[in-house]
Design a protein around this ligand. Sequence first.
Ligand SMILES: [Fe+2]
Length: 201
Amino acid sequence: MATTTTQLTQNTTDAITTEPSYTVPGLTTKQGATVAQALQQRLNMYNDLHLTLKHVHWNVVGPHFISVHQMIDPQVEIVRGYADEVAERIATLGSAPQGTPGAIVAQRDWDEYSIGRAGAIEHLGALDLVYQGVISSVRQVAKDVEEIDPVTNDLLIGHLHELEQFHWFVRAHLENAGGKLSTGNARTETSAAQKSSTGAV
Ligand SMILES: [Fe+2]
């Protein structure tokens, strides 16, 4: 692991583990590193999410193709923007953001999106779970950094406004007139896709 201060560069797939030599005024360098580390996993998550959303954009088939195909692209662009904001916040905090595909795969603690070519409702069922995971973790990190870095907290809260609205766009396709979601308590993307396609509530 690249953790010594004598190394000029850090391996691009290693988590941020070194204290920066400077950070934003008002934080210690240790606090700066802690916040940057939490943000690095959000960077991995946003990079994974915008690629996954594009994968859905390309692989959706069936009668609802065009509406879902077109609904996804603005989400891709906005989530790419979030990745940029998070990466630049990491740099502002004095650490080096890692934006390579290898960093996503090496550091993520979630599984690869598991649905390939499939109907719109199946993908939306799986995306219900994806958004549940992303939103829960962004909320948790926003809470974790609230005391030590309200600026990062504010950044993440801003992201949640739209992420939660996107989640609603997805869920509105899975909801019946009684307000119940067809994905129910599914725990995997495959089962969420299957439940949503059969309309089970
Ligand atoms: Fe396209």
